[in-house]
Design a protein. Structure first.
Length: 300
């Protein structure tokens, strides 16, 4: 049996893990490595990619900045989250704000240290990334449209760091990036609809608060159409192996998303829509394996 002190430490660990959304960071790490193996550096052996210290440092720096970003976002949104996510907030509050801020600075410092192993340019890149996340959480998040666009850009930035490292400028990379960017933009707008109660209470000027739910749904519809076009473009014009199964599934799920969207009027409905988008994003990460399994086996 665990002692009371051990239980308290364990609860604090889970609280901090909840704040930094460790599961999201794990998915990003897997996505960065799979994208490196299959998309950014398809001509390199798997071992050379997996044991590339520079890549490891870039992944660690990205993870540290993302974790710090979740902390500072949690810090600024603590009152709003108490309305929108009461259960999660109670768990998050087991760790004091001062402790969270201490971890925030430590994680950002570690990110710079990791980046310094790669190059001075990497240090500048991650320093700007750290500042951009703070500025978004402090100012831009409460602005309609701007907050959503910046949030989507910040979400795909860790992949941009790997893209710069490998300097692979093939069109297929930009096509994948556009598809991901559109999906993340949809997720951000759906989250705004899901959290409209807390945003209204604390005067967050999100798209649903400023322009209303109908306009938000119309914007989501446009984003769905653009995302479907991006998926079909990837299927028809690029060599993506068996990953086309994922894109066909994505199109089907996005059509279902659209049908549910225009009937939605409750938080639970928007939560369901949010989960559909999360599933597509996570499934997309692991479906990278379908690009060419035989080549991967030969490259081990």
């Amino acid at each position: 049996m665990l002692s009371r002190r051990q239980k308290h430490i364990l609860l604090k660990f889970f609280s901090l893990f909840s704040v930094v959304r460790g599961y999201n960071i794990l998915v990003v790490v897997i996505a960065q490595y799979l994208a490196s193996i299959y998309i950014f550096a398809p001509n390199k052996t798997i071992k050379s990619v997996l044991f590339d210290l520079n890549l490891l440092m870039l992944v660690l720096a990205s993870s540290a900045v993302i974790a710090a970003g979740y902390i500072i976002n949690n810090f600024y949104d603590s009152e709003k989250d108490l309305i929108n996510k009461p259960r999660k907030t109670m768990l998050d509050r087991l760790v004091s704000q001062n402790t969270k801020l201490s971890f925030y600075f430590v994680l950002n410092f570690l990110a710079v240290v990791f980046a310094s192993y790669v190059s001075f340019k990497a240090v500048i890149f991650f320093a700007l990334y750290i500042f951009a996340i703070w500025f978004y959480s402090h100012r831009l998040k409460k602005q309609p449209m701007t907050g959503n666009i910046v949030s989507a850009i910040l979400t795909v930035t860790p992949f941009f760091a790997i893209f710069i490292y490998y300097q692979n400028f093939e069109l297929v990379i930009f096509a994948h990036a556009i598809f991901l960017f559109l999906l993340v933009s949809m997720r951000e707008l759906t989250k705004d609809l899901e959290n409209i109660k807390g945003d209204l209470a604390l005067n967050y000027r999100t798209v649903p608060v400023v322009y209303g739910e109908k306009v938000s749904k119309a914007m989501l519809t446009i984003l769905v159409v653009l995302t479907v076009v991006a998926a079909i473009t990837l299927i028809l014009f690029f060599r993506i192996g068996h990953m086309y199964y994922f894109f066909y599934l994505s199109v089907m799920l996005l059509i279902i998303f659209l049908l549910i969207l225009w009937k939605s009027n409750k938080k639970t409905h928007y939560l369901m829509l949010h989960n559909i988008l999360k599933f597509i994003i996570v499934a997309g990460v692991f479906s990278i394996l379908l690009i060419d399994i035989s080549i991967v086996l030969n490259r081990i």
